[in-house]
Design a protein around this ligand. Sequence first.
Ligand SMILES: Nc1nc2c(c(=O)[nH]1)N[C@H]1C(S)=C(S)[C@@H](COP(=O)(O)OP(=O)(O)OC[C@H]3O[C@@H](n4cnc5c(=O)[nH]c(N)nc54)[C@H](O)[C@@H]3O)O[C@H]1N2
Ligand SMILES: Nc1nc2c(c(=O)[nH]1)N[C@H]1C(S)=C(S)[C@@H](COP(=O)(O)OP(=O)(O)OC[C@H]3O[C@@H](n4cnc5c(=O)[nH]c(N)nc54)[C@H](O)[C@@H]3O)O[C@H]1N2
Ligand SMILES: [Mo]
Length: 672
Amino acid sequence: MAQLIKTNCPRDCYDGCGIVIETRDHGPHRVLGDPDHPVSRGKLCSKCAVAYNGVWQDANARLQFPLKRIGRKGGNDFVRISWDEALSTVAGRMQAAITSHGPQSILHTHYSGTLSLLGYMFPNRLFNYLGASEVDPDSICNAAGHVAWSLLYGSSIQGFDPRTARDATCILVWGANPSHSAPHAHEHWLAEAPGKVIVVDPLRTETAAAADLHLQPRPGTDAALAFSLLHCLKQTGRFDEAYIAAHTVGYDELEADIDRATPAWGEAQTGVPADDIRTAATLYGAGPALLWCGQGLQRQTTGGNIMRAIGLLPALTGNIGKPGAGFYYLNVTPLFAGVDLGWLSGAALATREITKVSHMELAARLAAVDEFKMFFSWNTNPLASAPDQARLRAALNRPDLFMVVSDLFMTDSARYADIVLPAASFLEYDDLTFSYFHLIIGAQARISGPLGESLPNAEIFRRLAHALGLREPALLEADRAMLDTMMTQMNTGYDFDELKRRGHFTLGETAARWYADQKFETPSGRIEIASEQAVAMGLPRTPQPWADAPPADGLFRLLTPASKWRMNDSYSNDPNIIERSGPAALHLNPSDAARIGVREGTMVAVVNDTGSLRLVARLNEDVLPGTVLSYKGRWPSLEGSHMNVNFIHNPQRADMGASTSVHSTQVSVAPA
Ligand SMILES: Nc1nc2c(c(=O)[nH]1)N[C@H]1C(S)=C(S)[C@@H](COP(=O)(O)OP(=O)(O)OC[C@H]3O[C@@H](n4cnc5c(=O)[nH]c(N)nc54)[C@H](O)[C@@H]3O)O[C@H]1N2
Ligand SMILES: Nc1nc2c(c(=O)[nH]1)N[C@H]1C(S)=C(S)[C@@H](COP(=O)(O)OP(=O)(O)OC[C@H]3O[C@@H](n4cnc5c(=O)[nH]c(N)nc54)[C@H](O)[C@@H]3O)O[C@H]1N2
Ligand SMILES: [Mo]
């Protein structure tokens, strides 16, 4: 008899859906949307529906046993070994590296394979305890924005509560594409919001097409656009003088910049028609208004400045701390629920200052023979997701670099590993999940045991600590004990088993009204328009009205954002997804295509100083002229070229957070 069990999706996604599993004694379980969950409302997004019912339960595709590489690095020759052999080998290599070169010669990288709390955080305890070096995860995603909004507001991880949309007359979605990256927020939350929706994106995304107003700036010109909007807001009396005086510092220092940023100037800088700038200011200025800044937005060489400039909109119009008003980048919901994330990841276990390495310098640092002796990659697939791929591959070929990978699948990164440790999927162990948009915490329920000999992340690292002879209790703590502690920290009044029955809970009965007290965790306690901290970091005191110049003749700006069919680089090995998403493509505006002699379906060479790639041309009116688009997330090993778009992704840093500037990449395009 099929049973129905509630669980929740732990992917790195704004939505954080509720799931119902129809269990099967034989063959794959059916994975469906939870009808009682406010986000999923009975339906999963297309990619998860396909992959969870496909490759994620496919015993032939999943890694079932620990493996030892017997062929060349990057090949596919591995033999099955026991967990004992795998862990004693890894532990022996770790000890040897520590003895000969110190714990900092072990470099680990991890990110967003699963965001479930134990799976995502617990393994860090061991690396912290050892004093191993860490690749800064956010440097591949959103670090510039975090630094920028920390300077401005004192926090980037507490935004508006989406429930307050019912009180907003306007929602400004800037550089996020919910139609791909938050499909349920696109379909329900935005569609049902009573206010006008404005989208700012160089692409006419589905969300942009459905909006009341779409502003289509050239990439990297958003700070200028923000200043021009501010100019209009000031001119039409929409600045909140009393709010500015009481809760901000440094306004005087950029007033002249705002006065200069007329709509005509804004149009010249950004390509957005002056009238549209005026209309957007009128809609936003009516207030109360919400501002959602996407993570794609700040992946620019000046991405930090862009976030700081856009962040001025709520600050100068007083759109903070009242219903229907606010700003949002990320909500670290478990923190608000009371979970001690420092305890969970063992921050205090660190015996030395942890060396942090940006993804932007990963390939170069790994290539140096004297710094790192071991590279441990878990919950991430850098050979698909990181920049400068040719160099990264070459670095991972270093004969003296011992590599360990833990994943569900034989990814490109796993192919370079000396030892591969098979991880269990979210259907196979208990944990807690969350949405980083909605204030919802979910229970991840074990539906059936781990496939083959795979193990949950936490169990892998407990066993590794044991193999290292470590007896520190924090490294050996059982999942259930940690789940119980987190339930107590969250003060729900019931235990984890009860949460599993309920499926999820939402923080508070009504929309949280954050910043109602207008207190900000900046040095001054106010919103810091002018920032001494910024100066100390070598940055301008105030946000600047900058705009990137259009690419030089013959060059295009390449955007590589979230695809509808892939979850970062996950799901790329699902046969159905491969079929539905078609071959790797370069989308370009028909006017550009005609100019360079490219037709629909022809192969094009996409080239820059970092590398070159062949892609199938797709003519697409939704792409701004001068800009080309190719979605992220393919596995190089599954492409005929053995490359994905990150082979032409320059590791140039953004202005803040040593973070990615992937959307600043420039390329030339020509028929191949
Ligand atoms: N060109 C370009 N590149 C980009 C981006 C871009 O916009 N453009 N975006 C960047 C961004 S925002 C991010 S966050 C990164 C993400 O990059 P990654 O972290 O590499 O991507 P994911 O697909 O989230 O996860 C990687 C792996 O985790 C594995 N995994 C899933 N669950 C588990 C588990 O429970 N245990 C273990 N051990 N493994 C598991 C999956 O099978 C998958 O292979 O990519 C970045 N790369
Ligand atoms: N389906 C799916 N969902 C995902 C992911 C996925 O890979 N697939 N990845 C997850 C992860 S790790 C993350 S970080 C989030 C990211 O999700 P989002 O925050 O939505 O970010 P992106 O999809 O990277 O980019 C969003 C938009 O930014 C636009 N953009 C690029 N450059 C500029 C610019 O200069 N100005 C402006 N205004 N816009 C610009 C792009 O055209 C794109 O439409 O999504 C998560 N959800
Ligand atoms: Mo991300």
